[in-house]
Design a protein around this ligand. Structure first.
Ligand code: GNR
Ligand code: NI
Length: 172
């Protein structure tokens, strides 16, 4: 089961779930990561959390490589942010679960992240720039948080309503 459908708004019942840690990195986790990566590349996107394919496990994939460059996938299990910079940065975010909507989000500019890698080994990385932004966006998904939760209530409710209405009209 390689290419999987990506869950979008208005399915908050799924997207608001808090995902559970994996107990170990085994062949099932590796297959899940591989399916997620293929689905992410196809979308296309630069990150994907397992809940976006309906799986409430603390797994994510990410690849910031540019078109035509060698791919640089990052496989992450059970991530924990151990430090955030006081300095913030703004980035215009989008989300595969909120198609065709983009808005500026302010987040810590740098983070330290502890996680289990593809070999099940603990790693700690210092992330800056787009990597820091994208990791925080994906970790939010694991906690049932969407990037629209970081924007104004007026904008958030407008987006949620738009997706609810589209579904009622049979357009999703
Ligand atoms: O593909 C994606 N692009 C993106 C751009 C700015 C900030 C975050 C992201 S993540 C997003 C894919 C996605 O929805 N991951 O959860
Ligand atoms: Ni997203």
């Amino acid at each position: 089961m390689p290419l999987l459908p990506i869950i979008t708004l208005p399915d908050e019942k799924t997207l608001r779930q808090v995902s559970k840690p994996v107990s170990m990195v085994d062949s099932n986790v590796k297959r899940r990561w591989d399916d997620m990566l293929e689905t992410m590349y196809h979308a296309p996107g630069i990150g994907l959390a397992a809940i976006q394919i309906g799986v409430p496990e603390r797994l994510l994939v990410l690849d910031l490589s540019k078109d035509g460059e060698p791919k640089t996938p990052l496989f992450v299990a059970n991530p924990e942010i151990t430090w955030e910079s006081a300095a913030q940065s703004d980035y215009e975010e989008g989300c595969l679960s909120i198609p065709d909507y983009y808005e500026m989000v302010t987040r810590p500019a740098e983070i330290k992240l502890r996680y289990l890698d593809r070999q099940g080994e603990p790693q700690e990385i210092h992330a800056t720039g787009l990597l820091a932004t994208c990791l925080q966006h994906e970790i939010d998904h694991l906690n049932g948080i969407l990037f629209i939760d970081h924007i104004s209530r007026l904008k958030r409710e407008r987006v949620l309503k738009k997706f609810q209405k589209a579904q009622k009209l049979g357009k999703l």
